[in-house]
Design a protein around this ligand. Structure first.
Ligand code: NDP
Length: 234
């Protein structure tokens, strides 16, 4: 099975692991990147997801190179952590603009051809903190919680067209984002994770691969945690 897939922010971290996993399953995979070099063996498309025109141009390029996008993974995300009292309106709205509105822009452009083809897979990468909340991350947690409402609304709108929309909510995963945490904080976090460790990007990637596969045809509007048990019950 060789489908046309797109992973936003697929040049590093979790996004790159997802892109490699989909490629290993036989898909043709494009990744968006903003800076540096695109990863080898994948179609790299320069795109800032806060810019609708750039999102449209990226899709046009992918459509030319590998056909209409059949699998889209909205993974690109940023953090700008600080306590509410210190959080500027720009800190809040810029994180929402990337993490939530960015996913909206990408999904909106992707469903154009998916609706015509009456099939498609959309996976949004949220976070355990979208459901648990996190001190110092009001902007980030709000954006990640918003993705659940977005996905579930789209799941209802698009189900009759054979398009599934699901959310993956990772816990703490070993990437540049978590490497920024100091040793003490990392130990404290791990002590709250039933499995006692951070996850690997590949563990998130395998869940995304399943949700985008034909085996997951009857799953839509789901929030799948990949968090070592951290968010259990939420
Ligand atoms: P990284 O910081 O390693 O990578 C983030 C990616 O998003 C990069 O490719 C970056 O591109 C891209 N990106 C950011 N802003 C934009 C933008 N405006 N337009 C296009 N691309 C953009 O993050 P992770 O791999 O750790 O995280 C990936 C996703 O998983 C994020 O949504 C994150 O919130 C989520 N997540 C991560 C967890 C973790 O523990 N790491 C836990 C839970 C969720 P560039 O390289 O050009 O900056």
């Amino acid at each position: 099975m060789s489908r046309s897939a797109l992973v936003t922010g697929g040049n590093r971290g979790i996004g790159l692991a997802i892109a490699r996993e989909l490629a290993a399953g036989g898909d043709q995979v494009a990744v968006t990147y903003r800076s540096g070099e695109p990863p080898e063996g994948l179609l790299g498309v320069n795109c800032d997801i806060t810019d609708t025109a750039q999102v449209d141009a990226a899709f046009k390029r992918i459509e030319e190179e590998q056909g209409p996008v059949e699998v889209v993974v909205a993974n690109a995300g940023v953090t700008k952590d600080t306590l509410l009292a210190m959080m500027s309106e720009d800190d809040f709205s810029s994180v929402l603009d990337t993490n939530l509105t960015g996913a909206f822009r990408v999904a909106k452009r992707a469903v154009r051809s998916m609706m015509r083809r009456r099939s498609g897979r959309i996976v949004l990468i949220s976070s355990v903190v979208g459901l648990l909340g996190s001190g110092g991350q009001a902007n980030y947690a709000a954006s990640k919680a918003g993705l659940v409402g977005l996905a579930r609304s789209l799941a209802r709108e698009l189900g009759s067209r054979g398009i599934t929309v699901n959310v993956v909510a990772p816990g703490f995963i070993e990437t540049a984002m978590t490497a920024e945490l100091d040793e003490e904080r990392q130990t404290a976090i791990k002590s709250n994770v039933p499995l006692g460790r951070f996850g690997a990007p590949e563990e998130v990637a395998k869940t995304v691969r399943f949700l985008s596969s034909p085996d997951a045809a009857y799953i839509t509007g789901a929030v799948i945690p990949v968090d070592g048990g951290l968010g259990m019950g939420h």
